[in-house]
Design a protein around this ligand. Structure first.
Ligand code: NAI
Length: 505
């Protein structure tokens, strides 16, 4: 099977009522592939049970000066329906407008991105030629990590992006992965990470993977460093069944995985939240082929099939999926696909799938078609306030110093001497100076190239216990003499340092 119904928290509702889904066709090839999918849905009978309400989003809204890229009415409709089916949308480059795709996932709490990558009949890849079957899922965390988009220019030369990883966020995504594996009958989950380098952020992701895994003893687990994972995926993609990843690493691995099965045109994507879920094509707006009836609608169609299963239309989804497989197998494909025979356009491809409804693939096992659809979906219940998620509530937290980032062109020794004089009468002592994360004082190598920004770490002189106030006073003192670019109090959590060492420390 290409896609299966994932765990849903929603309940069964009346089959006689039409369910409303917000629809945003998107930019570039978006409207063409959306039209193609809706045509297939119509012929398959989806529109007898589902009503698509179009909402304003994307380039048109950006061009009207709304930097959110979506109107208030669009937000209201999505919040009311709880489901958005969307085509690709362009992100304005520069100018402050953020990616609408990321904004949507984050605003509506669609924390889990689920993608399925499987060899398709009629789609030739190096793996299909070598007889290596590809069939695995990627679960990517969707709202944390560098996708916070919290970036600053700290000095004329240096820039910084904040990478936020939280325990509740890790627990949510890891539990989603295990629950999905359980629902799909998948018996192994792999955690991809870079905990060897990012010991606190990726280290937490890995720790929480292991913690959540304890609740699923029937599922085998393993963890692998992200670079090795990329190599393994290219060498032995058949080794993997489900991979759970943080946001940016998941983004990169997802596109790598799409390449294994024939490209972005074949990769479906579901962004699942507790209340609101978004189903979208993985690829972008493909401006180079927009408006020419060349685009492949498969990715958006497969995402639509995950959506149909999400609302309980498992029978219809399986029939459409089998028709898609049969169509590809019979050699009908769009121009982006390396396959036999002449390519057809978007419209003809969609028509072939509509004509083939009821047929099953012959060279591979098709989907089992359930006896009936059981439509279920309860629109979101609007919370009265934002929910705050916490994991560690009973941790003893003590401030033990601070890291102050400075614009600096003095040598480490000169800087240390000045800071010593400046902080003599304070409860702090200077312990480390680092530049781009590498220690340059009290010891270091003259070969370490430096930039004009460094981090100076102050720690409490022995035995002194304080709150965060004195660190702020220290900051004020340092700021009188230096340009401060960042400031972070450093803390112990139940006696364990909540800060990393400098490289070489
Ligand atoms: P892209 O995915 O639009 O295009 C990359 C290449 O793949 C192009 O050669 C394109 O013709 C081809 N391609 C993509 N989808 C195809 C399809 N369905 N059928 C046939 N060929 C297809 O990526 P690009 O060029 O980096 O981004 C273009 C715009 O799309 C940007 O503004 C970007 O921000 C946006 N974008 C939106 C996404 C979304 O809405 N989820 C995801 C990725 C990019």
């Amino acid at each position: 099977m290409l896609t299966q119904d994932h765990p849903s928290t929603q309940q069964v509702s009346d089959m006689t009522n039409k369910l409303t889904i917000a629809l945003a066709p998107g930019d570039g090839i978006g409207p063409e592939i959306t039209r193609a999918c809706l045509h297939i849905f119509k012929v398959a009978g989806v529109l007898d049970h589902v009503e698509f309400t179009e909402v304003d989003m994307g380039r048109k809204v950006f061009n009207e000066g709304d930097t959110r890229g979506m109107t208030d009415e669009a937000i209201e409709t999505i919040e009311a329906t709880g489901i958005l089916y969307k085509g690709p949308m362009g992100t304005p480059i520069g100018g402050g407008g953020k990616s609408i795709n990321v904004t949507l996932r984050k605003t509506f709490g669609a924390f889990a991105n689920l993608r399925h990558f499987q060899t398709l009949p009629g789609v030739e890849t190096v793996y299909s030629r070598a007889g290596v079957p590809v069939d695995f899922y990627v679960v990517r965390e969707n709202v944390e990590d560098t996708y916070g988009g919290i970036e600053h220019r700290l000095t004329p030369d240096s820039y910084c992006a904040k990478r936020i990883i939280t325990t509740p966020g890790c627990d949510q995504i890891n539990r989603f992965a295990f629950e999905t594996a359980k629902a799909f009958g998948i018996d192994k989950v792999t955690c991809g990470h870079k905990a060897n380098i990012m010991k606190m952020t990726d280290g937490t992701f890995l720790d929480r993977f292991k913690f959540v895994a304890q609740d699923y003893p029937q599922i085998e687990t393993e963890d692998v460093i992200i670079d090795a994972l990329c190599m393994n995926l290219v060498l032995r993609p058949d080794k993997y069944k489900m991979i759970v990843l943080t946001n940016l690493q998941g983004d990169i691995v997802s596109d790598l995985a799409a390449g294994l099965v024939g490209g972005l045109g074949f990769a479906p994507s579901a962004n699942i939240g507790d209340q609101i879920s978004i189903f979208e094509a993985v690829h972008g707006t493909a401006p180079d082929i927009a408006g020419q009836d060349l685009a492949n609608p498969t990715s958006l169609l497969l995402s639509g099939l995950i959506m149909l299963r999400h609302i309980g239309m498992r029978k219809t989804a399986a029939i459409i999926e089998n028709s898609l497989l049969y169509t590809l197998e019979s050699g009908v494909h769009t121009g982006d696909v390396k396959g036999k025979g002449q390519p057809v356009g978007t419209t003809d491809f969609a028509q072939a799938i509509a004509d083939n409804l009821g047929k099953n693939p012959e060279t591979i096992e098709g989907c089992t078609v359930p006896a009936k659809d059981e439509l279920h979906h309860t629109p979101p219940v609007r919370p009265s306030a934002n929910q705050i998620m916490t994991t560690h509530e009973q941790v003893e937290t003590t401030v033990c110093g601070c890291d102050i980032f400075l614009q600096n062109i003095l040598s480490p020794t000169e800087l240390a001497a000045k800071l010593h004089r400046l902080t003599q009468s304070t409860p702090f002592k200077l312990t480390v100076i680092s530049n781009r994360g590498t220690q340059v004082w009290p010891t270091g190598s003259p070969y370490t190239e430096m930039v004009n920004e460094c981090c100076v770490r102050f720690e409490l002189k022995e035995g002194t216990v304080i709150g965060q106030g004195p660190t702020v006073h220290l900051l004020a003192k340092v700021a009188e003499k230096f340009t401060v670019t960042d400031f972070i109090p450093i803390r112990m959590y139940d006696g364990v340092p909540g800060f990393s060492l400098a490289q070489g420390q």
